[in-house]
Design a binder for this molecule. Structure first.
Ligand code: KG4
Ligand code: ZN
Length: 331
């Protein structure tokens, strides 16, 4: 009924990345006005709501705490149920905002902070098939883009720069190619592209490198998705072969086109949410909240904000992507 997005990108741009303190402060300053605007745009009063949903994680804890505390206060004051939503579940369900995408489906979730392949069987029921062992795909776009002199977040600008570039001029590594499983790794590609960027001083070179980086990132996402399709097809009937790509990087047209042709050759239907629902938005959290509420998943007012919150908690516990010790950049 209403979807308002307030971007903080301008506040972070001078620093080339998100500054946690700025993010938390910007949330405090805007959350009440934004919620009031959303209600008025929808033509509703707070008492008309069935429940209050808010992201409870994963993410930078300051911003998450602001949103969740605000939602708790509203739920308490209005006597409405509170639904704590995993941000990733919001992305996972976002394709259902604009069309009919029944469960189950295979999901490639590619955003600035996450890169995962998931089997989505229903609300609260996701199985992780693969995850990044270092950087997310969006992070690779952003960091390579910043090295090419583009403003943060650099994904959309890198896509524009890549137009007309010659992707075959530079050879960039595609990690884990041919390796079993569906995990991703982008740190080697990111470093290789960043080093090359330092040696380039003309626009043609920058265009060519942007095109090569975009192609290499898409290459890995496509190769891993093909593997996940084989696994998914083993457990699901032919008519359940649905593939969804979501998250900010799903806005990339080169990636969409590559995934679309993969789906065509593997017999999967292809869905990508409209761009406004690909990047972070509140409508997807409201949808996840509504689906949870409809099956009775509500939360107590002391539900914690969580900086880390895997969607598939069993897989995360039994087979952690980031093991203790020196395995993976973020371990
Ligand atoms: O889902 P999102 O809005 O926020 C997170 O939860 O991370 O994703 C933002 C990410 C950023 O890394 C941004 O550079 C990337 O999505 N992105 C793109 C494009 N549009 C946004 N990457 C590549 N091509 C694009 N067109
Ligand atoms: Zn997101």
């Amino acid at each position: 009924m209403s979807s308002r997005v307030l971007s903080q990108n301008q506040a972070h741009a001078p620093f080339g990345g998100v500054v946690p303190e700025i993010a938390a402060r910007a949330h405090v300053e805007s959350v009440d006005d934004l919620a009031a605007e959303a209600l008025s745009e929808a033509g509703l009063k707070a008492v008309d709501l069935d429940g209050i949903a808010a992201t409870a994680g994963p993410g930078l804890i300051g911003g998450v705490m602001v949103g969740l505390s605000f939602a708790k206060a509203m739920a308490l004051a209005l006597g409405k149920p509170l639904v704590a939503v995993n941000h990733l579940e919001g992305h996972a369900l976002s394709a259902r905002l604009s069309g009919s995408v029944p469960y189950p489906f295979l999901l490639l979730l590619v955003s600035g902070g996450h890169c995962q392949l998931l089997e989505v069987n229903g609300v609260g029921d996701c199985r992780r098939l693969g995850s990044t062992i270092d950087d997310a795909a969006g992070e690779a776009f952003d960091k390579i883009g910043v090295c090419l002199g583009l403003p943060y977040p650099a994904g959309p600008a890198l896509e524009r720069l890549a137009l007309g570039g010659d992707a075959s001029r530079f050879h960039l590594p595609v990690a884990l190619k041919g390796r079993k499983g569906c995990d991703f790794s982008f740190s080697g590609l990111k470093t290789a592209a960043a080093r090359l960027a330092e040696t380039l001083h003309d626009d043609e070179g920058r265009r060519d490198l942007a095109a090569a980086a975009q192609k290499a990132i898409a290459e890995q996402l496509v190769e891993r998705s093909a593997r996940a399709m084989t696994l998914f097809a083993q457990n699901h009937a032919r008519w359940d072969r649905r593939f969804v790509v979501a998250g900010g990087v799903a806005a990339n047209s080169h990636l969409r086109a590559r995934l679309q042709s993969l789906c065509a050759s593997e017999g999967f239907s292809f869905t990508a949410p409209p761009l406004v629902y690909c990047t972070d938005n509140a409508a997807m959290i409201a949808l996840a909240g509504a689906e949870r509420l409809s099956v009775g998943f509500v939360d107590a007012l002391d539900v914690p904000a969580r900086p880390r919150w895997p969607l598939d908690e069993t897989a995360a516990r039994e087979d952690p992507t980031h093991k203790a010790g020196r395995k993976g950049a973020k371990a």
